[in-house]
Design a protein around this ligand. Sequence first.
Ligand SMILES: [Fe+2]
Length: 177
Amino acid sequence: MIAYKFIELNNEETITRKLNEYVEKFTDILQTGRSWTPVKTETVFSYVPELLDSLKKYTSLSIDISAFVFRPPGYEEAHLDGIIETRLLYPVRNCAGSFTKFYDLNGNSVTKMVEAKGNVWWKIGKEFPLKEIDRLELTKPVFFNAGVPHGVQTPAGNGPRLTFTCSFKGDASYLLT
Ligand SMILES: [Fe+2]
């Protein structure tokens, strides 16, 4: 598996515009201080059917969608979302100039973290400095390997960086071959 792969989705402009509308009409994501917000997959797909249609050329696995808001300046600390996990990251707002950085664990420990709502992620120990191995600027939709340690760097001066992130039920590793 590779760390990430940018993809071409049909109707990308329409999808981005409608995701922005969806956020404003149906969520309080931008008003609250929350970062991670699960949204109802069926509701998103019924408001933005172009997204589901476009993804069909890549996968028939069922999909869970969350919105992620990062409020710069700052750095989202490196972590793993799962040991093997392929995700779609879709830039919605203020994503140009922000980088997802990938790291070699360099011998650090990982600890499974389970949050109140059952979300699972893996915290990386600080025994050794992480080694950056790759980075992507989030200018287009991208499949990425969330099982590789990664963190997000956003520039100061940008407004809230808003992305939608999709996980797949089942083994989606073939999307990154
Ligand atoms: Fe992540």
